[in-house]
Design a protein around this ligand. Structure first.
Ligand SMILES: [Zn+2]
Length: 113
């Protein structure tokens, strides 16, 4: 079986693999510089954020641990009537939490055996 190969358009280094991450010296240095700049940018941005919880609110609202997530999902599915959505969302959230507990249980069981 032939392994996939690709040539970097920036430095012309021939690299192996499906994921096009160049191992050329210049490109590795450029990637390191990008990471450094990104780290500076994100820390500067967070340093200037007046209310941190406000910035992360959207992400928390869209997480399956929150009821709002399930309300929006059920509404989008359009199966449950509008009047029953709050109760159904609570069930959906409980089912999700149950799945987490179950997953944790099976993970523990396989780790200890
Ligand atoms: Zn390259």
């Amino acid at each position: 079986m032939t392994r996939p190969r690709w040539t970097c358009r920036t430095c012309n280094t021939v690299n192996p693999g499906h994921v096009q991450t160049c191992r050329g010296e210049d490109c590795l240095a450029a990637a390191a510089a990008r990471r450094t700049n990104a780290r500076i940018a994100v820390n500067t941005s967070w340093a200037r954020t007046p209310i941190r919880s406000e910035r992360t609110e959207a992400a928390r609202r869209n997480s399956p641990g929150r009821l709002e997530y399930w309300i929006a999902l059920l509404r989008a599915e359009g199966v449950v009537s509008e009047a029953d959505i709050p109760a159904a969302a609570e069930n959906a959230r409980r089912a999700y939490m149950g799945q987490l507990v179950k997953k944790r249980g099976t993970k523990r069981a396989t780790e200890t055996s």
